[in-house]
Design a protein around this ligand. Structure first.
Ligand code: PLP
Length: 393
């Protein structure tokens, strides 16, 4: 009988089990919302990126259904052949107006937007200067580009300056940061990085995946939040988190976007969104523009929950956003906290190495606009109970 050449993977999985780091996928039954059913258990859900509750917003659902009726369920092609529908273009025009840039191109996900953009604008003679906690999709894009990668310690603008001042003249430079860091919830130092980019002639790029729909007027992102319009050359946003559907977009000049049409590999070689996804995202933009009170509710809940965790004495890091880590330290302890909370009816995913540093394992919480104060208070009570039992507070 043929030996399984992948048998070594089972050994790797056994190691994860021994370390208490093995995770099975939690299965969501029904809708993604503030209280949901995962693995057959009803839990207060602090693990989704559904910041504004738009995954189940009636206007979005209605527009998606209408688009399926009008245009069918699939686009049938990549964008550059027969898969650019008028509704894709309408979404891009709406996003460009929303972001106050000349143009926007939509990708299948935020991941492909980052990876496809960085890898298409840089080559092996170029240099990218990147925050150490930037998202995996940026790191993969950098690697695919074959550019030299210079990593600066998290948010350390002086270290980035030192790297830039030591670079030889000539190579193209891309300075890149997350707008909101996905595991810690803190903000990239955008104004100082824009200054640096201007001083050293860098292309400035920000990944606003977790800022889209959350920061800035009507959720326009960190560029708007910090008043940096016109100073960031490349803005990436996602349609998969606060916007409630799926996709990523890149905003910038018309020439830059047209270049991506020709060179960004996910755009060229992977089928475009079903029309219902584009329609959903257009409806989400309507909601962001017409119902900004949803964003206010998100921030009100964020303040309430953060204050509650701090009052209990948890280490919640330096978050400035609705993402609040509860740092446990060792990986297995974070997993115990997560499992204990789940048993008590609260879903907050445990995150360990390699997603975060070995000694910074945590459960990550994200409140949404749809949580009620009662749901959040219930979660805080359970954090207190499980946290005390584990000696974390
Ligand atoms: C900072 C950051 N950038 C990009 C992405 C990718 O976005 P998407 O889920 O739309 O692929 C994520 C999602 O995990 C993220 O956290």
């Amino acid at each position: 009988m043929r030996q399984d050449p992948l048998a070594f993977l089972s050994t790797e999985l056994d190691t994860l089990r021994t370390q208490g780091l093995y995770r099975s996928l939690r299965i969501l039954e029904g809708r993604q919302q503030a209280t949901s059913v995962f693995d057959g258990k009803t839990v207060v859900n602090l693990s989704s990126n559904n910041y504004l509750g738009l995954t189940t917003h009636p206007k979005l659902i209605e527009r998606a259904i209408q688009a399926i009726k009008d245009f069918g369920v699939g686009s049938g092609s990549v964008r550059t052949i027969a898969g650019t529908m008028e509704i894709h273009m309408e979404l891009e025009r709406r996003l460009a107006a929303f972001k106050k840039t000349e143009a926007v191109v939509v990708f299948q996900s935020g991941f492909t937007a980052n990876a496809g953009t960085v890898s298409s604008i840089l080559g092996k003679e170029d240099v990218v200067i990147s925050d150490e906690l930037n998202h995996a999709s940026i790191i993969d894009g950098c690697r695919l580009s074959r550019a030299t990668i210079k990593v600066f310690p998290h948010k350390n603008v002086e270290a980035a300056r030192k790297i830039l001042s030591e670079l030889p003249a000539g190579p193209r430079r891309l300075l890149i940061t997350d707008g909101v860091f996905s595991m810690d919830g803190d903000l990239g130092p955008l104004p100082a990085l824009c200054d640096l980019a201007e001083e050293f002639g860098c292309i400035m790029m920000v990944d606003d995946a977790h800022a889209s729909g959350v920061f800035g007027a009507n959720g326009r992102g960190t560029v708007d939040h910090f008043g940096m319009h016109g100073r960031v050359d490349i803005q990436v946003g996602t349609l998969s988190k606060a916007v409630g559907a799926l996709g990523g977009y890149v905003a910038g000049t018309r020439a830059f976007i047209e270049y991506l049409y020709h060179r960004a590999r996910p755009f060229l070689f992977s089928t475009s969104h079903p029309p219902s996804v584009a329609a959903t995202c257009i409806a989400a933009l309507d909601v962001l523009e017409q119902e900004p009170e949803i964003i206010e509710r998100l921030w009100d809940n964020t303040r309430f929950f953060k204050a509650g965790l701090s009052a209990l004495g948890f280490n919640t890091g330096l978050s400035e956003s609705p993402i609040t880590p509860v740092i446990a330290g060792e990986g297995s302890l974070a997993m115990k906290l997560s499992d204990g909370l789940f048993a008590e009816g609260v879903f907050a995913q445990g995150i360990a190495f390699p997603t975060v540093a070995r000694d910074k394992a945590r459960v990550r919480t994200i409140v949404t606009a749809s949580h009620t104060k009662d749901e959040l208070q219930f979660a805080l009570d359970k954090f207190k109970k499980v946290g005390m039992a584990l000696g974390l507070i």
